[in-house]
Each structure stands twice: as structure tokens, then as C-alpha cells.
Write a protein that binds this ligand. Structure first.
Ligand SMILES: O=c1[nH]cnc2c1ncn2[C@@H]1O[C@H](CO)[C@@H](O)[C@H]1O
Ligand SMILES: [Zn+2]
Length: 354
């Protein structure tokens, strides 16, 4: 079967649940804002800078991948810059055909210029609201706490305070090995008490124990990546498949997997797109979703991730529609708003099929 055409994939309504604000700046904006504040960059023109991010992030290690974020976080320390970055981020999503996005970022990384946590969140909300007013996209924030620091409870409280005002949930991110999510049980218990949903980066750089902790003691509603759940799946030589108890639990509970193919190849979690467990997990009926993780570091977009997966696994419109509907079903948006967007997605694919 021929691969779906790029421009039609771009036009198709797409949903992204895992996309970092500080991982999706335009190279030209990083340059301009760095020049204005005197921050030194490893390259002096937009093209070389974009290339530097991509090359540096392709390190085979999550820790080294994360080092590149110093240059984006450096220019996101004022309300004005945060609003601009958020606005451009949402504009780029619209151009990419995204109709619903949950955008995560860690407010605690944006206080070096004297902003309060609240002021930083308000600045991002303002940028998204400007683009949402155009009526082509719905964008919500997920507030992330960094696993190597100790502010998760405070950030969780902010997520609850800002719910219904642009924030839809909570996340933890950062280096996975050595920082188990159970360090933040008080934050997760608090969120459960407040009935606010959350996702946890787990099963990316570390395997099954990390996923088990995220799902059980922590109670994550979704898994950020979760790709290593394949470690609990055995495919025999004759093609028969056996699921371990944890993999079966994740599938039975319909726990959404926020899969980010290109990012996984860069950090060494997966060898290549063709070898990505996305294909196996999708065929076994896991609730898989397509995500970008960091569009700048991975030089990617929802169109590109979808195109690459379609090329690798022979997906057609019905598959891409299913992945988008999976994502919309898994969104931390209230049910009625979610249903409306599911209809919008389905209508979009119906129109594409003609
Ligand atoms: O794939 C990832 N795994 C773990 N942490 C990540 C990933 N991508 C980005 N961040 C971390 O999340 C912070 C807030 O957006 C970023 O600053 C980065 O450190
Ligand atoms: Zn991520």
C-alpha cells in the first residue's frame, strides 16, 4: 500500500497529548530572544541552531538529550517571552493540523528572571488564549514537576488552582533512572483527593518497575512514553504473542500510552522507527497515541510522526483516525468537550476519505 501523502496528513485533524513547551520553540525565536538577553548559543543562524538541537539530542541517552533544554529555558524567563513562545507554539500546532493539544512544561524552571509560579502560568495561558480565540484549536497546559527536584506537591496544588483556567492536568518529567515516581506520592495522593488527572513519564529510559510504580502506587491516568511495556510482551518465533501481567493490566485498563517515536530513537530507547513497538502495541489493541515530545529537539511535527509511522507500518486513514480518536478519548478535558472534539476529528477523516 502506498504511504499516505504528507499534505493530506497535515490537513487531517490531529491530537497531541505529549508535547513540551520548552521543547518546541522556533530556532529563529531562540536566536532572537537569546541575542536580546545576551545568552550564548552554540550556533548563530537559525538553520545551524536547529541542526545543533537535533544532533545534540540524538545522543542515545535521556540525560544528554535533556541537557539541550538549557538554551530554550534560558529565553523563557519573562512573562513577555513566555507568552510569545506559547503563542508561536500554538500557531505552529495549528499549521500542523492539530485540533487539540495538551502542552506540558515545568513552571519551576522559569523563575530565574524573578517571575512567580503563578505569573509564569498566567503568561503561558495568555499566549495559548490568543491562538485559541481563532477557533481552530483547543490548547490546555499540563503542569510538570521535575523528578530530580522536590516541588511536586506545590506544582500539583497550582494545577488544581488553575484547573478550568487553561490547565487540564499534571505530569512529572526529567531523568527517570534514580528518580522513581513514588518520591512524589504525596502529590499524587493530593491530586486524587482533588479529582485531577495526571500523567507520568515512565517506561522511557527505565523499564517495567517504573511503569508499575506509575500505574499502581502513583495511580497515573496515562503513561508518558510507556514504550518499555514491550519488555512484558513475548513474541514467539511462530508469531504468537504472550502478555505478562503488567502489560495485560495496562491493556485491560485501557491506560493510554503517549508514544513519541522519534524522541525514543534519539534517546536510544528504540533502534529505529521501523523497530518501534508502536506497531506491535497498536496491533495488540493497546490504547496508543502519536506524539511529538519535543518538536525542536526532534525536528518533528505531528504530521512527520504520523507520516513516519504510516510509512513504517503501512497505516491508512482508518488507522490514523483511530490513533487520533484514542488520543481524544484519553484527553484530560471534560467529557462533553471531548465528545465534541471526537466528532470534529471523525468528520475531518470522513471528509479526507471523500
Ligand atoms: O522525553 C522526556 N523525558 C523526560 N523528561 C523530558 C522529556 N522531554 C522533556 N523533558 C523534560 O521536561 C521538562 C519540562 O518540559 C523539560 O525541561 C525537560 O527537562
Ligand atoms: Zn516528554
Amino acid at each position: 500500500m502506498a504511504t499516505l501523502p504528507w499534505d493530506q496528513i497535515q490537513a487531517a485533524p490531529k491530537v497531541v497529548l505529549h508535547d513540551h513547551l520548552d521543547g518546541g520553540l522556533r530556532p529563529a525565536t531562540v536566536l532572537e530572544l537569546s541575542n536580546a538577553i545576551g545568552h550564548d548559543l552554540p550556533a548563530n543562524d537559525a538553520e545551524s541552531l536547529g541542526q545543533w538541537f537535533r544532533d545534540s539530542a540524538t545522543s542515545g541517552s535521556l540525560e544528554r538529550y535533556l541537557e539541550t533544554f538549557v538554551h530554550t529555558i534560558a529565553v523563557m524567563q519573562s512573562a513577555e517571552n513566555l507568552t510569545r513562545v506559547a503563542r508561536e507554539f500554538a500557531e505552529d500546532l495549528v499549521a500542523d493540523g492539530v485540533v487539540y493539544a495538551e502542552v506540558r512544561w515545568a513552571p519551576e524552571n522559569h523563575l530565574q528572571g524573578g517571575l512567580s509560579l503563578d505569573a509564569a502560568i498566567a503568561a503561558v495561558a495568555a499566549g495559548f488564549a490568543e491562538v485559541e480565540a481563532g477557533g481552530r484549536i483547543v490548547v490546555r497546559q499540563l503542569l510538570t514537576a521535575m523528578r530530580q527536584f522536590a516541588r511536586a506537591r506545590e506544582i500539583a496544588e497550582l494545577a488544581v488552582f488553575w484547573r478550568d483556567k487553561g490547565v487540564a492536568g499534571f505530569d512529572i518529567a526529567g531523568p527517570e533512572a534514580g528518580y522513581p515516581p513514588t518520591r512524589f506520592l504525596d502529590a499524587f495522593d493530593y491530586l486524587a483527593g482533588e479529582n485531577l488527572r495526571f500523567t507520568i513519564h515512565a517506561g522511557e529510559a527505565f523499564g517495567l518497575p517504573s511503569i508499575w510504580e506509575a500505574v499502581h502506587p502513583c495511580g497515573a491516568d496515562r503513561l508518558g512514553h510507556g514504550v518499555r511495556i514491550v519488555d512484558d510482551i513475548t513474541v514467539a518465533a511462530d508469531g504468537s504473542v504472550e502478555l505478562g501481567r503488567l502489560a495485560a493490566y495496562v491493556r485491560d485498563r485501557r491506560i493510554p500510552l503517549e508514544l513519541c517515536p522519534t524522541s525514543n530513537v534519539q534517546t536510544g530507547a528504540v533502534g529505529s522507527i521501523g523497530e518501534h513497538p508502536f506497531g506491535l502495541l497498536a496491533s495488540l489493541g493497546f490504547r496508543v497515541t502519536i506524539n511529538t515530545d519535543n518538536r525542536l529537539m526532534s525536528d518533528t511535527s505531528m504530521t512527520k510522526e504520523s507520516y513516519l509511522l504510516a510509512e513504517a507500518f503501512g497505516y491508512g486513514w482508518g488507522d490514523l483516525e483511530r490513533f487520533a480518536v484514542n488520543a481524544m478519548k484519553s484527553a484530560f478535558l471534560p467529557y462533553d468537550e471531548r465528545v465534541e472534539l471526537i466528532h470534529r476529528v471523525k468528520d475531518g477523516y470522513a471528509a479526507l476519505r471523500g
